[in-house]
Design a protein around this ligand. Structure first.
Ligand code: ADP
Ligand code: MG
Length: 355
């Protein structure tokens, strides 16, 4: 294609808006620990973007760099197209919600939420109005006069959220905010958080080590491993097309096979398990083997199968009509595993090491 020597400058109004967050070649070390290494990412306006990875993979450090609590060794941080790498934290248009949200115990809920506005010098009536709006947003209308000690854990976390959104920051940073809640409440709050984010249209940058949480809530996910990003994509892309062996193993069950020099993965719920003596179905990938382990988990059963040609695969079946006794009898059985070729994804080998 011919290039134009002097392309007219794009009118400002037609330029696509700058991403709310842009990290370029970000790096942070603590002594000889490489906490964040060559991180590049862009978070769009109104996006629910999640940093997912195991403990120690650099998620919190990345958030602290964005908030300005840490200074990078190198690389740049932009918020809304403006480089804030040397801007102090209180001048960055972000707010952070932590897992161990510290509410002021002697203040009421309303005072807690309005505190940041008071510090900013906003007039009393407006403060009250905004704090009440924020409390309504997190479904704590009418709780303003209570003290934090009179609230449940989930309610306190919602106050912390109201306190962060009351300032209408450009980006809300959330570091494992549901980590202290029990599973039921956490699952409920995941849905609530997502719907709050939706109705506010606010950009959320969310940190979790919980893959299910990330898959449930996010528009896009960056998978972290040892300070670096292994893959960025939508939940579907990350789950169904893991780019590396690490992602395949960390997000979902690791089902990696090596055949003819090629490494590939197939998700356990995509595999059909049948008695070995039944004929192979045309057009499907097929392996035979023996069931080594059966784990009954209520809604589903997990089978670990040793394959004749080497390697092992996990298979998940819904317990549609089977009882726990029936599934446990499958242990030791010879089986044929089959799946559609389009459910197989070639993956890269794991990174050797940081250089
Ligand atoms: P994550 O939030 O993913 O669990 P972190 O960002 O907290 O990971 O940590 C990344 C790495 O940096 C870890 O090896 C951790 O031990 C190290 N690290 C984090 N903060 C500090 C610090 N203040 N001093 C020294 N090492 C740190
Ligand atoms: Mg952390």
């Amino acid at each position: 294609m011919a290039t134009q020597a002097q392309a007219p400058a794009e009118p400002a109004a037609e330029r696509s808006p700058a991403p709310d967050v842009r990290l370029a070649d970000l790096r942070k070390t603590y002594g000889d620990v490489l906490a964040v290494d060559r991180v590049d990412l862009e978070v769009g306006q109104g996006e629910f973007f999640t940093l997912l990875g195991p403990s120690g993979s650099g998620k919190t450090t990345t958030l602290r760099l964005i908030a300005g609590f840490e200074r990078p060794d190198s690389g740049s941080i932009e918020l809304g197209g403006v480089d804030v790498s040397s801007t102090p934290p209180y001048l960055r248009d972000v707010n952070t919600v932590f897992q161990d949200y510290a509410l002021f115990p002697h203040m009421t809920v309303l005072e807690n939420v309005a505190y940041g506005l008071r510090v900013k010098g906003i007039a009393r009536a407006e403060r009250r109005q905004k704090a009440e709006d924020a409390l309504r947003m997190v479904r704590l209308e009418g709780y303003g006069a209570r003290k934090p000690i009179q609230l449940s854990g989930g309610q306190r976390q919602r106050v912390a959220l109201a306190r962060a959104i009351v300032n209408s920051p450009r980006v809300l940073l959330l570091d494992e905010p549901l980590g202290a809640l029990d599973l039921k409440l956490r699952e409920q709050m995941q849905i609530e958080l997502k719907s709050i984010q939706n109705s506010l249209g606010m950009t959320f940058l969310y940190v979790t080590h919980d893959q299910e949480e990330a898959l449930t809530m996010s528009d896009r996910i960056a998978v972290f491993n040892e300070g670096r990003i292994e893959q960025i994509g939508s939940p579907e892309e990350i789950y169904e097309h893991p780019a590396t062996e690490f992602v395949a193993g960390f997000v979902g069950v690791s089902n990696v096979l090596e055949r003819e020099g090629r490494r590939f993965t197939v998700r356990p719920e995509k595999i059909r398990m049948r008695p070995e003596e039944e004929p192979q179905s045309p057009g499907l990938e097929s392996e035979t083997g023996q069931v080594r382990e059966v784990v009954y988990a209520g809604m589903i059963t997990r089978y670990l199968v040793d394959l004749e040609r080497g390697g092992e695969l996990t298979v998940i079946r819904q317990n549609l009509e089977t009882t726990s006794e029936q599934v446990l009898e499958e242990r030791g059985r010879r089986v044929r595993l089959e799946w559609r070729p389009e459910h197989t994804f070639t993956i890269e080998a794991g990174r050797e090491s940081h250089e």
